[in-house]
Ligand binder design. Structure first.
Ligand code: GFB
Length: 311
């Protein structure tokens, strides 16, 4: 990727896309093209085709997706499959048709089997059954990354993918029913003073990565001449949900009582990704969970005060 390249960031208003735009600008990439949902519906194949055919994009970064936590995913696997599949097929296939030479596709480590070996290597892909709570999302993301791999092999296009672990950071979605666990916990501890209800047993283990670390991994892989088809991106720090709850409680200064609602699912028992591939190539995460949590609580309060909090 060259500094003068015309770079399309799909999903620039989301937590991931906005972090990527910040990182691009900070690193001297000024020629960034974005479209709001109203300007370009990525589910509309003809519109996406028209966009790529008329814009002469050099590099596309696909950070647009319907995302949500365990509640949103398990209640709407069909919608998560349909929308994410359409976004992946349209943004990747139409880019190839228009001759876009370079593309980075973003997924999530939920593409890996529920009982994958831990830490999960890239080679665990498609070796056994997926986690049911997010099967629709995972299948769509697997299609996207496979499409990139096939186009690279069959058409010689440098299309490649990154699979980040659970992300958090500024601009996250704080919806209590549909959000991911970390932002949801921040909102619960900030707003529920006496008692906070947590989901599941707290025994599931997760790994969290600050979105600015993911953005740096995106640039790192795009600046490589010949990146691997698929690379995991994680922090290597694994904690139980119970430990996360304590950490968020501390970061927010809450004194609320904890109540566990065990009728809610734990989801996949463990999801620590093996990052030895990307680390062996020279990238590693910089933001610890403690530092990232403090920054994110601060960002939450600022977003709330300025009326920009996404819920
Ligand atoms: O981030 P999360 O919703 O989804 O985390 P996944 C779910 C874990 O946190 C489960 C526990 O073990 C829940 O039982 N948990 C505890 C809570 N309290 C809460 C709460 O108040 N809200 C929520 N949401 N969880 C998602 C996938 O899986 O990970 C997506 O569904 C995506 O597709 C994303 O891949 C990265 O980590 O289970």
């Amino acid at each position: 990727m060259q500094k003068t390249d015309k770079i399309f960031v799909a999903g620039h208003r989301g937590m991931v896309g906005s972090a990527i735009c910040r990182a691009l600008k900070k690193n001297g990439y000024e020629n960034i093209v974005t479209r709001t949902h109203a300007e370009l519906d990525l589910l509309d194949t003809a519109k996406v085709r028209e966009f790529y055919q008329s814009e002469n994009i050099d590099v596309a970064i696909i950070a647009s997706a319907r995302v949500g936590g365990i509640g949103a995913n398990s209640a709407a696997n069909a919608l998560f499959l349909y929308e994410n599949e359409m976004i992946a097929l349209n943004t990747v296939w139409e880019a190839a048709n228009a001759g876009v030479k370079r593309l980075l596709f973003l997924g999530s480590t939920c593409i890996y089997p529920r009982m994958a070996p831990q830490p999960i290597p890239e080679s665990a892909l498609l070796t056994s059954e997926l986690e049911k709570t997010n099967e629709g999302y995972a299948l769509a993301k697997i299609s996207g990354l496979k499409l990139c791999e096939f186009l690279r092999r069959e058409k010689g296009l440098c299309y490649h993918s990154l699979m980040p672990t659970n992300l958090y950071g500024p601009g996250d979605n704080y919806n209590i029913e549909h959000g991911h666990v970390l932002p949801t916990l921040i909102r619960k501890f900030e707003t529920m003073k006496d008692e906070v209800v947590l989901w599941g047993t707290g025994s599931a283990k997760r790994e969290f990565l600050h979105v600015d670390d993911l953005a740096s991994a995106c640039l790192f892989s795009l600046e490589m001449e010949n990146p691997p088809d698929l690379m995991n991106v994680g922090s290597g720090e694994e904690i139980t949900i119970r430990e996360l709850v304590e950490a968020v409680k501390k970061a927010t200064g809450s004194t609320a009582r904890l109540v566990w609602d065990t009728t809610k699912p734990d989801g996949t028992p463990r999801k620590l990704c093996d990052t030895s591939l990307i680390r062996s190539l020279g990238w590693s995460s910089k933001i610890s969970l403690e530092e990232g949590l403090a920054k994110t609580v601060k960002a939450y309060r600022e977003e709330l005060a300025s009326g920009t909090l996404r819920t």
